[in-house]
Design a protein around this ligand. Structure first.
Ligand code: GLN
Length: 531
């Protein structure tokens, strides 16, 4: 079922193979009919992740990229929508030569073709294929059938199946129950698939008697029943699987050599995340989807990466700005992040938070919408442009400092029509942003937006002290801004959170957290002095 952390399990398992020096790739199958994740409400599915090629995909692909340090494409996310669209287009072209077009074999063939093509293009030794959804769901049946056939065609020695199922423990009984796992295996076997390993999601590691029971009833060796207990950080999961012997048993099963795994600095960072330094740094993220932490997953992960490098104890607070009348709620905060967003709800609270950060020297990081609102705040408060705003929030604003580009005005179709994917920016010499990127002149970051800084206001904003430290190479689009004299007031039209890695945190997040840690240190000193 959903919510068990299939994405984390797939990524972690993939990482255990990568640690054995295999080249590894991962694909995600989403059985929903949507073509991609672009139009999902973040309430429903969590974050919409953006890839280099501009595709808007399931957030699990973000985990694959983070765990494997690879760059994926739109083809790594297969949905029912994409499969049917292609099959129907083929049918209309007459490619099926008069045949009746059916789920089996035409849809299943298309699924297999997409899997094989992508895996072959990646030229990986091992491809992980995560089949989303729940065993037994109508919509996932064609996909299960396709992967069953895949094993038949590629040979049992080349394809193994891993099932993730829930082993609940009711607090009153205090006993780990295996019935849901058993039923799940039975349903899977009904689809012709015998799992080679069964990962049981449970609060605690499985008792050995429970493992025995699952092994017996589900027809797998005991060492193929794997605990997936609660962990302090998702980055620890590969080590849990190592201890459980999962990678070894799967390598065995696939006739692959299983050398000693090499994790490099990954282990050290996991240790720091679990036992951080004494300095607690309080960071507030403002946003309207705060009820669902997953909506800002990549920002959360980017902050974890930065904290692991700085060895600080991160206290992330998610703040709903819809009702935030003033900035009182931000007292005692060492840094403020204003993330991406759409629509006007909650924007005045975010603008107030930005103003609070600017005036009080609180480190601020603005991402996409946060960048746009920082421009609006500066225009209002420093340039005296009353009611300056983005036309997205206020169509009647007298000062549209953020506006649609002409080529975005005519667009009717909402899916996949934003400015999406990787774009380069040229960084101005001598700026803070350029220093954060290690002096690089050109940087590539991913984008997902329709609105831009209105060129008509750039000169006025810069005269008033705002520095656009990065622009598109033709100079037309504003990509980064900063405020000289402020400890850290940086924002970008891009989404640098999509490219952060545990071993290589995104430079803006690292710089931001460093500045916030500095403030935390000063705050504590001040507190001590007054005591
Ligand atoms: N709503 C803004 C735009 O479309 C910002 C988008 C975002 O934050 N991802 O330009």
């Amino acid at each position: 079922m959903s919510g068990l952390g299939k994405g984390g399990v797939t990524s972690s398992l993939a990482r255990t193979f990568a640690a054995r020096q295999y080249s590894v790739t991962a694909l995600k199958i989403d059985p929903y009919i949507n073509i991609d994740a672009g139009l999902f409400s973040p309430y429903e599915h969590g974050e919409v992740f953006v890839l280099d090629d501009g595709s808007e995909v399931d957030q699990d692909l973000g985990n694959y990229e983070r765990f494997l340090d690879i760059t994926l494409t739109r083809d790594h996310n297969i949905t029912t929508g994409k499969v049917y669209r292609e099959v129907i287009a083929k049918e209309r072209r007459g490619d099926y030569l008069g045949k009746t077009v059916q789920i089996i074999p035409h849809i299943t063939d298309m699924i297999k073709e997409r899997i094989s093509k992508t895996a072959e293009r990646d030229d990986a030794d091992i491809t992980l294929i995560e089949v989303g959804g729940t065993v037994g769901d109508i919509e996932s049946m064609p996909f299960l059938e396709a992967v069953r056939q895949l094993q038949r065609e590629k040979g049992r020695e080349n394809v193994a199946f891993v099932l993730l199922a829930l082993a609940p423990e009711l607090s009153v009984v205090g006993e780990q129950k295996t019935k849901p796992v058993q039923h799940s295996v039975h349903t899977l076997m009904g689809a012709g698939i015998q799992p080679d390993a069964i990962i049981c999601r449970s609060r605690r590691p499985l008792d050995s008697s429970v493992k025995k029971k699952v092994a017996l009833f589900c027809n797998v060796p005991e060492d193929a029943v794997i605990s997936d207990p609660d962990v302090g950080t998702i980055y620890e999961l590969p080590f849990v699987f190592e201890e459980e012997g999962l990678p070894n048993s799967l390598c065995n099963r696939l006739g692959a050599f299983s050398p000693n795994p090499l994790y490099g600095p990954w282990k050290k960072y996991v240790k720091t995340i679990k036992a951080p330094g004494k300095l607690t740094v309080k960071v507030a993220v403002t946003g309207k989807y705060t009820s669902l932490r997953d909506s800002y997953l990549s920002i959360h992960e980017s902050m974890i990466h930065a904290a692991a490098h700085l060895g600080v104890d991160l206290d992330l607070a998610w703040m709903e700005t819809t009702d935030m009348a003033d900035s009182v709620a931000l007292e005692g905060t060492d840094g403020i992040i204003v993330p991406g967003g759409f629509g006007s709800r909650g924007t005045e609270g975010k603008i107030a938070a930005i103003g609070h950060a600017r005036e009080n020297g609180i480190p601020f990081l603005g991402l996409c919408f946060g960048f746009q609102l920082a421009v609006a705040e500066y225009a209002r408060a420093v340039c005296g442009l009353e009611r300056a705003n983005s036309t997205e929030n206020d169509a009647e604003t007298p000062h549209p400092v953020i506006d649609l580009l002409p080529d975005q005005r005519e667009i009717q179709d909402m899916g996949g029509t934003m400015r999406l994917g990787t774009y380069p920016a040229t960084l101005a010499p001598g700026t803070q942003v350029r220093a954060l990127y290690g002096g690089a002149e050109i940087v590539d970051e991913r984008h997902r937006h329709r609105y831009e800084v209105n060129h008509a206001y750039v000169e006025q904003l810069e005269k008033a002290g705002l520095v656009f430290s990065g622009r598109s190479p033709d100079g037309n689009l504003m990509e980064f801004l900063e405020l000289p004299g402020h400890p850290f007031f940086v924002a970008t039209q891009a989404h640098p959170e999509f490219k952060s890695r545990l071993e290589r945190p995104a430079p803006l997040f690292l710089g931001f957290l460093k500045a916030a840690a500095e403030r935390a240190r000063t705050r504590l000193k001040g507190k001590k002095a007054t005591e």
